[in-house]
Write a protein that binds this ligand. Sequence first.
Ligand code: ZN
Length: 297
Amino acid sequence: MPHSVSRRTFVQSLAAGVCSLPLFPRHLQGEAAALDELSFIVISDTHLGYGDSHGAAHQWTKTADEITRAPGDVVLHLGDVVDGGREAQYPVYLETRKRIGKTVHEIPGNHDEPAAFEKHLRRPIDTAIEHKWLRFLLLGNARRDSHDGFLTGEQLDWLADQLGQTERKGQYAMLCMHVPAHDNKHPDVGWHIKPEHGQTKLDELLKRRGERVLALLHGHFHAGLRGWDDRKTIHEIVFPSALYNKDRGLTRQKAPGYNLSEFRPGYTLAAIKKGMLTLRYKPVGIDTAAEKVCRLT
Ligand SMILES: [Zn+2]
C-alpha cells in the first residue's frame, strides 16, 4: 500500500478485508525516517498574574523546571499565557521560558490580548510548525470578550491551504486552538465554536480535507485532561491547566467523552508510537502520571 493512501481508504480497506492486517497503519510505520516515533509536550493556561499575586509565576517556574528535564524538544502552549490581559506578565513568562531549553510555541487564549501576544510572543498568530512528519496548525480562535471560539473565513481558507500543503508533503496535522470546536453542554461549561462562528464550516472542511488530521488540541477548560473521540478518527483533546483545574464531576455525570481523574496543575507528555498517541498528564511535583491512550486509526 503506497504511503499516499489516505487513512480513510486504509480503514475502509481493512474493513473490507482486502489487505493483510499490519500491526499498525502503514503511514505510521518506520519505513520512512520522517514517520519515526515522535513526542512533544503540551502546557496550557498558565494565567500569569492571576489574582494579582506571584503564585502563577511561581507555579510556571516549577512547571518549566520539570519540562526542562522531560523528554521531547517541542512544547506547545495552548493559550491563556497571562491572566486578564496583563501585558506586564509576558516578560515574566518569557524570562522563565528561557530556562526550558526547548522550542515553545504559544497560541493566545481569551485572556491574552492579541496585540500584546503578537508584540511579546509571535506575529502572525496563525502559524504552521513542522515537527518531523507532523504539522501543528496554530490558530488564534479566542476573543477577550467571550468564552466561545471563533474562526473567520480567512482563517478557514488558511487552514484549507495548510491541509493541502500537509497532504502534498506527506505529513499529518494537528490543529491547536484554545477554545474547543466540539459541542459541550452541562455538566461541561458549554464554551466552544458555535455553528455560526465557524464550527459548521470547520466540520465541512475536516470532512473534505481532514484525512491527515490526527487531532484537535485545546486548553481553556481547566478540567484536567478531557476529550472526545466521536469525530471518527480525529481526536479532540482538552489539556489541563498548568495553574488550576477543577473536577466538574463529568465522569460521574456521564458527560460524553472522557475525563481523567487527575486535576492537579500539570503538563502533558505526548508520544506517538506504533499508531497510538499516548498522553501522560503529569502533575507538577508528583511522581505519577495519569495516562490516556488514543488510537490513531
Ligand atoms: Zn484559562
